[in-house]
Ligand binder design. Structure first.
Ligand code: CAA
Length: 241
């Protein structure tokens, strides 16, 4: 599939695995990162994938960044909204900064990234948008009212945008990863991870970023044209939605 793909949070974790898998599938990939210069430079050295720096919570930066990608590489045909952060804390201790940071980066970024590319996709009659939500948007998670709200919001956004664009050759789908062995999950206190999380995963282990990347490649492919507005749960059986 020789298409132009943008992956946000594309130089680390699930995003890096998705960028690499899309490249292996034949795409020209732009991997967007926000702040970790060292990881981005290493990723670019190792993979040859172009990296672009902007903050997905910034509406203007997304419009400018996507215009630069399109002038460098061509019209965006595949968009993977993967960038996300956690600011875990119990709600009764949460301040507004932790609330806003997570909603802005994880949910408002979908507006910021999709809005500049949707008109071009409609004109060309083709598009694939894959939103990386989370098991915790499906089931909720203690310590994550902000994250769970944003991730559940992504599912509603996905279904609405899918309906608006189904007749235009554009599919919009969500993937809900469970607990994957990335920096984000490994930042959970070890005792909590070992005693409260892993025992709840029927396959008995954390997932691997590549297992989510394969879902991304499938939903981004031309072959997946009849799948839109769907939620693909990839969580080792932890939640069967
Ligand atoms: N499931 C069940 N119980 C949990 C739990 C969880 N995920 N997290 C914490 N608990 C329990 C603790 O074990 C503890 O119980 P005990 O007193 O019986 O041992 C109790 O809740 C209080 O926990 P803490 O002592 O850790 O309290 P805290 O205020 O210091 O921190 C917390 C609370 C912020 C919830 C912290 O425990 C935490 O970060 N938990 C993990 C939250 C989580 O699952 N985040 C997911 C991050 S990965 C991700 O988001 C990616 C994705 O999409 C899946």
């Amino acid at each position: 599939m020789s298409r132009i793909a943008v992956v946000t949070g594309g130089t680390r974790g699930i995003g890096a695995a998705s960028s690499k898998a899309l490249k292996e599938a034949g795409c020209t990939v732009a991997a967007v990162y926000a702040c970790n210069e060292e990881a981005a430079a290493k990723f670019n050295d190792e993979t040859g994938i172009a990296v672009f720096k902007w903050d997905v919570s910034d509406t203007g930066a997304c419009a400018d960044g996507l215009a630069k990608v399109e002038s460098d590489l061509g019209p965006v045909e595949i968009l993977v909204n993967n960038a996300g952060i956690t600011r875990d804390t119990m709600f009764h201790r949460m301040d507004v900064e932790k609330w806003r940071a997570v909603i802005d980066t994880n949910l408002n970024s979908l507006f910021n990234m999709c809005r500049p590319v949707i008109e071009g996709m409609r004109e060309r009659g083709f598009g694939r948008i894959v939103n990386i939500s989370s098991i915790n948007g499906q089931k909720g998670q203690m310590g994550q009212t902000n994250y769970s709200a944003a991730k559940a919001g992504e599912l509603g956004f996905t279904k609405a945008l899918a309906q608006e664009n189904a007749f235009k050759g554009i599919t919009v789908n969500a993937i809900c990863p469970g607990y994957i062995g990335t920096e984000m999950v490994l930042a959970v206190p070890e005792k909590v991870l070992n005693e409260k999380i892993i025992p709840l995963i029927p396959v008995g282990r954390l997932g691997e970023p590549e297992e989510i990347a394969r879902c991304v490649v499938f939903l981004a492919s031309d072959d997946a044209g009849f799948i839109t507005g769907s939620t693909l749960s990839a969580n080792g059986g932890q939640v069967m939605d």
